[in-house]
Design a protein around this ligand. Structure first.
Ligand code: HEM
Length: 316
C-alpha cells in the first residue's frame, strides 16, 4: 500500500466504519467517543499482552541455593501444562454432544501436553545438584507437589470418582454416595500415618483449602467426565478408544514413573530412605503398580489391568 492509499479514506474503510457504527448503536453507544479512545490508547506490546513482568516476578526461592529456582520454575511450567489440559477438559465437557472430530482433536491436545510433561521430567531428575536439593527441600516442609489441586481436578474430570478410590475399597464403596467415595480417595489414604490413621499436615492443609472445590467438581462432572462421555457417545469407536488408552497410560503410568524417578534419585539413600516432604511412605505411594489408578478401566483387558504399571505393561 503506498502512502496516498494509506492516507485516503477508501470505500472499504467507510464500510468498516459503518459496521462499527451499527455495532455500537445496537448497544446505545456513541462510536465517535470510542474512536477517540482508540486515538489516545497505546499500541499493544508483547510484554504487556502476556504479562511478562508479572510472570517473571513469580519465582521467589526460600533459600539462596541457585537450583531452588529450577525447582520452582519447573513446577510452574507443569502447572501451566495442567492448566492447558483442564482448558481442553472444560471444552469437551461443556459441549452438549461433542462431535467425534472435535472430541478426538481435544484428546490429541491433552496427550501432547502430557507427553511433553513426561519427556521433560529429566529437568528435575538430572538438572539439579543433589546436595543443594537435599538442603533447600528442608525449607519447603510440609508442602509437596501432592498439594497440586489441578492434578486432582484433571483426575475428577477424566473419570468416575470410584476409579480414584483406594483399590481395596473400590468394591465396598462402588454403590455409595459420592461423599462416601470421597472419604476413600487414594491420595487421602496415602497421606495418613499407618499406625494411627492420622492425616499428615500436608493433607490437612490441602483438604482445608480445596475439599469443597473438589466435591463441587466431582458432582458437576458425574455424568460428563471423559469416561462417561466415552460410554455415552463413542463406546467401541477405535479412534477414541486408542486415544483414551494413550491418555490413561501417560497420566497414570508414564508421568508417575518419570516423576518417581526424581524421588528415587534424590531420596533413596542407604541405609534408610529420606522422608518425603509431604509425609507419605513414598516407596509405597508413588509406584503406579501399587496405586493402580486407571481412568478408563473398560478399555483394558484383565491381563493389562493386572500388569498395570509393571515392566510387562510397558513392553505391551
Ligand atoms: C525433585 C523433584 C521431585 C521430588 C523428589 C518429588 C517427590 C514427591 C513425593 C515424595 C511425593 C509423595 C507425596 C509426599 O509425601 O510428598 C510427590 C507427590 C507428588 N508430586 Fe512430586 N516430586 C518432585 C517434583 C514434582 C514436580 C515438578 C511436580 C509437578 C507439579 C510434582 C507433582 C507431584 C504430584 C502431583 C504429586 C501427587 C502424586 C499422586 O498423588 O499420585 N512433583 N512428589
Amino acid at each position: 500500500m503506498n502512502s496516498m492509499e494509506a492516507s485516503s479514506v477508501t470505500p472499504q474503510l467507510l464500510e468498516q466504519v459503518k459496521k462499527l457504527q451499527e455495532k455500537y448503536a445496537a448497544m446505545g453507544q456513541d462510536l465517535s467517543s470510542y474512536l477517540d479512545g482508540l486515538l489516545y490508547s497505546d499500541y499493544l506490546t508483547y510484554w504487556d499482552y502476556i504479562h511478562l513482568d508479572t510472570l517473571l516476578s513469580l519465582q521467589n526461592p526460600k533459600t539462596s541455593f541457585p537450583d531452588e529456582k529450577i525447582f520452582i520454575i519447573y513446577h510452574q511450567i507443569t502447572e501451566l501444562y495442567f492448566r492447558l489440559i483442564l482448558h481442553e477438559l472444560e471444552q469437551v465437557t461443556a459441549a452438549p454432544h461433542p462431535d467425534i472430530k472435535f472430541f478426538t482433536a481435544r484428546l490429541d491436545r491433552m496427550i501432547r501436553y502430557f507427553a511433553h510433561l513426561e519427556n521433560s521430567f529429566d529437568i528435575m531428575v538430572q538438572g539439579m545438584e543433589k546436595d543443594q536439593f537435599l538442603k533447600f527441600r528442608m525449607s519447603l516442609l510440609p508442602s509437596s507437589g501432592f498439594q497440586s489441586a489441578q492434578y486432582r481436578l484433571i483426575e475428577f474430570m477424566c473419570t468416575d470418582v470410584v476409579n480414584l478410590v483406594n483399590e481395596k475399597d473400590r468394591p465396598a464403596v462402588g454403590n455409595q454416595p459420592v461423599e462416601a467415595m470421597m472419604d476413600k480417595l487414594y491420595w487421602r489414604s496415602g497421606a495418613t500415618e499407618l499406625a494411627t490413621g492420622k492425616k499428615t499436615l500436608t493433607l490437612q492443609q490441602f483438604e482445608a483449602k480445596y475439599i469443597d472445590t473438589f466435591s463441587a467438581t466431582i458432582h458437576q462432572h458425574q455424568h460428563d467426565n471423559l469416561y462417561q462421555l466415552y460410554k455415552k457417545y463413542y463406546e467401541g469407536q477405535a479412534e477414541v478408544k486408542q486415544r483414551l488408552r494413550q491418555m490413561d497410560t501417560l497420566s497414570n503410568v508414564l508421568w508417575p514413573l518419570a516423576h518417581m524417578k526424581s524421588a528415587s534419585h534424590y531420596l533413596e539413600k542407604d541405609p534408610e530412605d529420606i522422608k518425603a516432604t509431604g509425609g507419605t511412605n513414598w516407596q509405597k505411594y508413588l509406584p503406579p503398580r501399587f496405586q493402580r489408578i486407571i481412568f478408563f478401566p473398560e478399555l483394558w483387558t484383565e491381563e493389562e489391568k493386572r500388569d498395570w504399571g509393571k515392566a510387562a505393561f510397558l513392553r505391551g
